[in-house]
Design a protein around this ligand. Structure first.
Ligand SMILES: Cc1cc2nc3c(=O)[nH]c(=O)nc-3n(C[C@H](O)[C@H](O)[C@H](O)COP(=O)(O)OP(=O)(O)OC[C@H]3O[C@@H](n4cnc5c(N)ncnc54)[C@H](O)[C@@H]3O)c2cc1C
Length: 363
């Protein structure tokens, strides 16, 4: 290993800033250093930053994964003194000023860690083993495959109880992710799938949003909670308050209080935390802390809203007045084909994570 500034071929007099994580934070840091007299080395296990706010669109067949994952090299192509390395950080050697990665150690003069977060299952390991989550493209594609596969199996299932369990989709957590996911999933079912599966009785299909507290979008003003609840009701989502999920074995959702809901699909949107590597490295994190405004953004990021409106127009084949205004969407025109792109596809040379699918996707 060369001297501290020799992360690239040929050492320079400039100090090296290593940034680990090419998400919102890491990219912003890299851009901010564009004119600084430093060499920047950006490290990420993926070669694309993921636009997580639109993951629910991938999960509900509104977008292909590659539309929300642009190659990091393309984004920072013009930045001088910049280098990208696709590798996973495994350890940090503070004394030696080295980041240890799957691609070898990288020396730094200054280090920025922007590792993001992961799903918090609050120690409920059985739920972790059987639930789907919405943190990356593999999780989103797994949800999409699961929904379509449940419909396919539902058509063939003669037993009414088992069929209803296949067609019951439970989303846990009434924050922005859960609200968006529930609304978009119900739209997909009621605007598209219902027409593709005419033999299925729509009354067998349920989308439930389970929230442990007494309101949705708890971090937002109450009027937005009420608006979200109304909108979801119009979309035929069953919103349940005071519903705390305690266990899930892949077939039955067990609630605190004893109620059991038979369901083959549970999507966990109930918690986020800093990546576990941060704890292993002994780094301090603020529990549950998110970027300012992030909670409010689930459905409200301007780009997200614009995209959502475009998508609704596409689905309905007509102008979309707003998110869900105008009664039940059943009457809307189709004008939209759901797509079932194979998981892990990499058009445009973007490698999409595949291994996660095996973990997430039950046969
Ligand atoms: C479904 C969903 C919807 C959201 N909606 C919104 C929204 O509408 N508005 C909003 O403002 N926020 C939203 N957020 C939150 C927002 O996406 C995050 O706040 C933001 O991505 C955090 O940026 P970050 O750079 O800290 O982490 P990330 O964007 O998660 O980036 C972290 C990067 O670090 C990399 N990484 C992690 N560990 C390692 C390692 N060991 N080695 C190498 N690389 C590593 C990851 O691959 C990733 O590229 C949403 C989040 C989710 C999951």
């Amino acid at each position: 290993m060369g001297p501290p500034s020799s992360s690239s071929e040929g050492a320079t007099a400039r100090p090296t800033v290593v940034i680990v994580g090419a998400g919102f934070g890491g990219l912003r840091a890299a851009r901010a250093l564009k004119r600084a007299p430093v060499d920047v080395v950006l490290v990420d296990r993926h070669n694309y930053p993921l636009f997580q706010p639109l993951l629910y669109q991938v999960a509900t067949a509104g977008l292909e994964p590659e539309s929300i994952a642009r190659p990091v090299r393309a984004i920072l192509r013009r930045q001088p003194h910049f280098e990208f390395r696709m590798a996973e950080m495994t350890e940090l050697d503070l004394a030696g000023k080295r980041v240890l990665t799957t691609g070898g150690p990288i020396l730094y003069d200054s280090l920025i860690l922007a590792l993001g977060g992961e799903t918090n299952y609050f120690g409920l390991e059985r739920i972790r083993a059987h639930a789907f989550d919405l943190k990356d493209t593999s999780g989103a594609v797994a949800i999409r495959n699961q929904v379509l596969s449940c419909f396919e199996r539902g058509v063939l299932e003669p037993d009414a109880e088992r069929r209803r369990a296949l067609l019951t989709f439970v989303i846990v957590g009434g924050g922005p992710t859960g609200v968006e996911m529930a609304g978009a999933l119900s739209e997909l079912i009621r605007l598209v799938l219902v027409k593709d599966y005419p033999r299925l009785n729509i009354k067998d299909v349920r989308v439930l949003l389970l929230e442990a507290t007494d309101r949705l979008l708890a971090a937002m003003p109450p009027r937005l909670s009420t608006a979200a609840e109304r909108t979801l009701w119009r979309k035929h989502v069953e919103v349940r308050f005071g519903a705390t999920v305690q266990d899930y074995d892949g077939d039955r959702v067990a609630l605190k209080g004893g109620e059991v809901i038979p369901a083959r699909t549970l999507i966990w949107a109930a918690g986020a935390q800093a990546v576990s590597l941060a704890a292993r490295l002994g780094l301090q994190t603020a529990p549950g802390a998110r970027r300012r405004g992030a909670d409010a953004a689930g459905a409200r990021t301007p780009r997200g809203v614009r995209h959502r409106r475009r998508r609704l127009r596409r689905i309905r084949g007509t102008a979309a007045p707003d998110d869900g205004a105008g009664g039940h969407p059943d009457g809307g025109n189709r004008g939209h084909e759901h797509r079932t792109a194979p998981a892990g596809r990499s058009p445009g040379g973007i490698p999409l994570p595949g291994p996660g699918l095996a973990r997430h996707h039950r046969p």
